[in-house]
Structures are given as C-alpha cells and as structure tokens.
Design a binder for this molecule. Structure first.
Ligand SMILES: Nc1ncnc2c1ncn2[C@@H]1O[C@H](COP(=O)(O)OP(=O)(O)OP(=O)(O)O)[C@@H](O)[C@H]1O
Ligand code: SF4
Length: 320
C-alpha cells in the first residue's frame, strides 16, 4: 500500500488561489527535511501544479514501477543536475529503511503533463479519479511526513481526497490540515469555508499560516504592512484554531525560485557533517569526505523553521 509506511500525513489548504499555498507547502517540507525528517510532497493541485518549479525539478522524470509511480528524490535530482555522483545508486526511492537524514521526495501531476506548468482542464470525475490514483499508486516507502498540496477552495477533489485518505490511511496517520491565508478580508472569509470543511469531514486543524503579511524591503530589510496585518491571527482566535505565524512577502524568495535556486536556510549558514545535498551555494568536501555546505536564503527560512516546530509539536501532542 502506498501510504502504509508514512507516519504523519498533513493537507495544506487555502480558500483562494494565489495566496501562497504551494510556496508554504514547499517551505514546510524543506524545513522538515532540514530538521532531519524524511518528507514527501504530493502535489494534487490540478489547477496549476507548481511544486516541481519551486523545487527546481521541473524536468525530472517520474518512473513507473510494478507497484506504482516512483516519486522524484529531490536531493538526488539536485546532485545529478550539478554533476555530482549519486549517493544511492538510484535506489533511493524503494522500500528499504532510509537514512533518516532529511530526504525529500516529490510526486506531482506536473511531472505527467505534456506541457509542464499547464493546468488540467479535465472534467470533475476524471479529476477525482486522478486524485484517488495519486493517493493510492505512489510508492513512497517509509516517510516521517507527507504533505499534500491541494487545489484552492473546497471542491469535489477535496472531498474525494479526504474520503480516499480515510479509506487508505490509518486514523493515527492523519495529522490534520495547515490552512494558508493572506491578510485581505476576502481571503480570510474564504478560509472560514476551509475551516468548516475540515470540521465537517473530521480533519483536525493544525493551524493557520498568514502569508504575504507585509513586504520585506530589499534595501533595508524593513517590513512594511502593505495590507492590514493580523487578520489571520484574529480569525484563528475567533475559530479557536492555532495560529502558526505570519510570513512576509520577500522579493528574494521570488528571485531565488526564478533563478532555479531554492530558498533553504538562513544566508551563510554552514552545516557540517551531513552528507545530504541541499542546493548549497558553495559546497566543499572536507578531508574526511563530509560535505560542508553554505546556503543562500531569503528571510523566510527562519520563520518557517518556527512554524514547522509548532506543527511538529502539535502533531506529537495529538499522538500522546
Ligand atoms: N511570502 C512570499 N514572498 C514572496 N513571494 C511569494 C510569497 N508567497 C508566495 N509568493 C509568490 O506568489 C506566487 C503565488 O504563490 P503560490 O503558487 O505558492 O500560491 P498558491 O496559493 O499555491 O496558488 P495556486 O492556488 O494558484 O496554486 C508565486 O509566484 C510565489 O513565488
Ligand atoms: S523601507 Fe526604506 S529602503 Fe526600503 S524602500 Fe522604504 S525607504 Fe527605501
């Protein structure tokens, strides 16, 4: 079974398109991976599967194996793009035990589209069938976290997604949903529908992330509140759900993605002694063969590290 070896499964939802749901999913996954967890991202946003672009793996190929699709090993894809030797001899994707050093895997509808980046124009039943297939036919192997990037709103695909999850996963695997909003009133009122959706379908709410709350100036790093700030927090309070944090607009974030570089860790951070490879700006092997990596990043990484810690704590508390 595709989901059986996954410890925690979380949905990322938003009431409206373009509020940064896929960006938040990517950043949560990267932060979890940097904290040493093995993570998978399932991109079922059929309206525009953008995760491969955010991860810089748009041209990666998904392989079909006897038991289903093999997700793309993201750090392996980095290594191969940069001409570095494989650490796993191509076997990273299969069942056996994993290193526990922050591996990251991705499966997206984007990998299967002839025109990458296109939205799907299928009718409802075909979309829901695809969502179901994505949940049941991907060979994830053992993972600590699977994050599912969903389409905006609460459509038939969401209902099908939750129904399939309830059938295919054990209740203790379903960690809940992270809801993404922006500070504008319209997005916040849309997100109330997401909260109601979760309550009706029995999906617990891990918390609300308010994205695009303010603008970080590239000159002086001052954060200006372009829209009113704090709406997400007020709404979370009103609905009695956890508020996970505010994320500003950072032009550096967009630039890094456009350049095919992934925002990962606070600028200049040096991580020693880990042989995972994470889009480092400069990498050098020490005499003992361990990699010393230096990361480039926007201002969002430390914010997401805080958000991820809250999500992990909330999942752990729920389990005990
Ligand atoms: N905090 C941020 N700072 C700067 N740019 C951001 C931020 N969050 C998102 N963006 C940018 O905004 C755009 C929309 O983000 P994203 O694709 O994540 O939204 P979405 O809600 O997933 O949209 P859709 O529902 O259409 O898939 C992207 O170009 C992304 O790079
Ligand atoms: S915040 Fe300061 S440096 Fe940035 S645009 Fe405004 S005045 Fe200029």
């Amino acid at each position: 079974m595709s989901l059986q070896d996954i410890k925690h499964i979380a949905l990322v939802l938003s009431g409206k398109g373009g509020v940064g749901k896929s960006s938040v999913t990517t950043q949560l996954a990267l932060s979890l991976s940097l904290q040493g967890h093995n993570v998978g991202i399932l991109d079922v946003d059929l309206t525009g599967p953008s995760i491969p672009r955010f991860l810089g793996i748009e041209n990666a190929k998904v392989r079909q194996a006897p038991g289903g699709w093999i997700p793309v090993p993201v750090h392996e894809a980095d290594r191969s793009r940069d001409g570095l030797p494989s650490e796993t001899n191509g076997s990273a994707e299969l069942d056996g035990p994993r290193s526990g050093r922050g591996e990251l895997y991705c499966m997206s509808l984007g990998f299967l589209l002839a025109n990458r980046g296109n939205a799907v124009v299928w009718r409802g039943p075909k979309k829901t069938a695809m969502v179901r297939q994505f949940l049941t036919d991907v060979k994830w192997g053992p993972l600590d976290y699977l994050l599912i990037d969903t389409p905006p709103g609460t459509s038939d695909e969401h209902i099908s997604l939750v129904e399939t999850l309830l059938k295919s996963a054990r209740p203790e695997q379903l960690a809940g949903a992270v809801i993404v909003t922006t500070p504008q009133a319209i997005s916040i009122s849309d997100v109330k529908k997401e909260i109601n959706f979760c309550r009706k379908t029995g999906v617990s709410i891990l918390g609300v992330v308010e994205n695009m709350a303010g603008f970080v100036c590239p000159n002086c790093s001052e954060c200006t509140n372009v829209f009113s700030k704090g709406g997400g927090e007020a709404m979370a309070k009103e609905f009695g759900v956890p508020f996970l944090g505010s994320v500003p607009i950072d032009p550096m974030f967009v630039r890094l993605i456009e350049e095919g570089r992934r925002p990962t860790y606070p600028e200049g951070t040096v991580i020693e002694g880990q042989d995972m490879y994470l889009n480092g700006q400069s990498n050098s092997a020490r005499d003992d063969g361990l990699l010393v990596e230096k990361y480039t990043a926007c201002s969002l990484c430390s914010i997401f590290a805080g958000i991820v810690s809250q999500v992990v704590t909330s999942i752990e508390q729920k389990r005990h």
